[in-house]
Design a protein around this ligand. Structure first.
Ligand code: ADP
Ligand code: ADP
Ligand code: MG
Length: 472
């Protein structure tokens, strides 16, 4: 087993990986930009190294990060999600320097990171894909011809996109004409590559994804599916496992498709195969994420499998700890992405000092957070600062537990998505497990809530009680 792992990330996911290392008796090494000097992942890791004054550049500098790993005596590196996690060059630099990259081979990352190559590999493997282009679009004229053939609405997507960016729906030729240059420029800016392609737009689909695990000995298993249909601007907000919208037959089918997809590309380590489910109950492959996913917590909660520990074991060459027949799930889990954003202002980021933080607890509650009272959320990074995951035996129970835990949770100083999620928990369609990726957009009224005074008073009372206890 590895002795020391460099965690090439920040925030809650770096904390998550440090926790897995600690449970496995492995030392952890954090990296941090100046802006992250007081970040929780730095405090939790066994060692920490500064990567410079620029808030972002250091986290994207593969050579320097691997240099630190070598100098600190690490034998492996975990990339987390975002940043360099899907960058094949990081995997290559690691391989050259004798540091084991905790993820798939560079070639597989490269192939799956290119949505066209990924689609073509899946088509060859007999996996259903959304009808679309078989290569990058060469010109606007070619796009117009292809869109006419596919039929509107179409999705114009950045070939190397991620994080919900570089995607535009076009309902007509006019919209395609006006979006084309915009998506190309977004793709160049965000992903450094101007390539774009077209896909048929699946109208009001559900986003269903399958968690897979694969080892170096040819074993591939799935850990069931997650329903990530509650999204804003193609970015996930709430994720659920298993999907309350699937039958057991659909669940078996999609699980087997996930395994087939992973096998088709010689996948190793943890990965996620994303599908869209249309209103006629057809599944279509959308993309594969070759890394740990934000919402892996819901899968861990219903199956009991520690996905990060499995990633580390598999990277160390050990076989998967479980056979498919040993994997079962129980109840429902729901994850809420607690973003420092104002849902009432179109989810505008809301950075600054957290004046008061109180974590929820009680039965069936898990917190993955990078915040604490007094922490200042820097403006340079993703607005997601914590994840609340709840579990209960049935669908109604998990909604009520979520509502209660959201109500328990106190984050003051910045606006968050917490009150908005409380509204979603009350909505009859959500409660009836009847929702798709348009839910947020179709229910603008859910942002019309009052952030009440009673909670403010409760937080003040808690703070006063703590102060009294400490004798301050
Ligand atoms: P998940 O599917 O794990 O929920 P997301 O798509 O929400 O993943 O992305 C997780 C994080 O990684 C987000 O912070 C997102 O901004 C970032 N991210 C994902 N893909 C890319 C990419 N290709 N380039 C830059 N950032 C990305
Ligand atoms: P990313 O790499 O940014 O995660 P995805 O290709 O996974 O991009 O798409 C993100 C989201 O955009 C999906 O979850 C879905 O809501 C929407 N989407 C993407 N492609 C389509 C499509 N062809 N039809 C309908 N919705 C789509
Ligand atoms: Mg995706």
């Amino acid at each position: 087993m590895f002795k020391k792992i460099l965690v090439a990330n920040r925030g809650e996911i770096a904390v998550r990986i440090v926790r897995a290392c600690s449970e496995m008796g492995i030392k952890s090494v954090a990296i941090y930009a100046d802006a992250d000097r007081h970040a929780l992942h730095v405090k939790k890791a066994d060692e920490a190294y500064n990567i410079g004054a620029d808030p972002v550049a250091g986290y994207l500098n593969a050579h320097n990060i691997v240099n630190i790993a070598v100098a600190a005596g690490c034998d492996a590196l975990h990339p987390g999600y975002g940043f360099l996690s899907e960058n094949p060059e990081l995997a290559e630099v690691c391989a050259r320097r004798g540091i084991k990259f905790i993820g798939p081979e560079a070639d597989v990352i490269r192939q799956m990171g290119d949505k066209i190559q990924a689609r073509n590999a899946m088509i060859n493997a007999g996996i259903p894909c959304v009808p679309g282009s078989d290569g990058n679009l060469e010109s606007l004229e070619a796009a117009v011809v292809l869109a006419k053939k596919i039929g509107y609405p179409v999705m114009l997507k950045a070939t190397n996109g991620g994080g919900g960016r570089g995607i535009r729906r076009c309902d007509s030729e006019k919209e395609l004409l006006s979006n084309y240059d915009r998506v190309i420029s977004e793709a160049s800016k965000a992903f450094g590559k101007p390539e774009v392609f077209l896909e048929k737009c699946v109208v009001h689909p559900r986003h269903i994804e399958v968690q897979v695990l694969a080892d170096a000995h040819g074993n591939v298993i799935h850990l069931f599916e997650r329903d990530c249909s509650i999204q804003r601007r193609n970015q996930k907000l709430i994720e659920i496992a298993p999907s309350p919208q699937l039958t057991q037959a659909q669940r078996d089918y999609i699980g087997s498709l996930g395994v087939k997809a992973a096998k088709a590309v010689g996948y190793e380590n943890a990965g996620t195969v994303e599908f869209l489910l249309d209103s006629d109950n057809n599944f279509y492959f959308m993309e594969m994420n070759t890394r740990l996913q934000v919402e892996h917590t819901v899968t861990e909660t219903i199956t009991g499998v520690d996905i990060v520990q499995q990633q580390i074991r598999v990277a160390a060459g050990l076989p998967l700890q479980y056979k498919q027949s040993e994997i079962a799930f129980r109840g429902f889990a729901m994850e809420y992405r607690i973003n420092a954003e104002d849902p009432q202002k179109d989810f505008l980021p809301s950075f600054g000092k957290i004046t008061r933080y109180y974590a929820p607890g009680g039965p069936g509650v898990r917190m993955d957070a990078a915040i604490y009272s007094g922490y200042v959320i820097p403006p340079y990074y993703d607005s997601m600062c914590a994840k609340l995951t709840v579990w209960a035996l049935d669908w109604e129970g998990v909604i009520e537990r979520g509502r209660r835990a959201l109500n328990d949770m106190v984050v003051y100083g910045v606006k968050t998505t917490i009150p908005y999620y409380q509204q979603i928990m009350l909505h009859p369609d959500f409660r009836a497990a009847n929702f798709n990726t348009s839910f947020v957009e179709q229910h603008p009224e859910l942002t019309e809530y009052d952030v009440g005074l009673p909670k403010e008073l409760m937080a003040a009372a808690i703070a006063a009680a703590i102060a009294a206890h400490e004798g301050i």
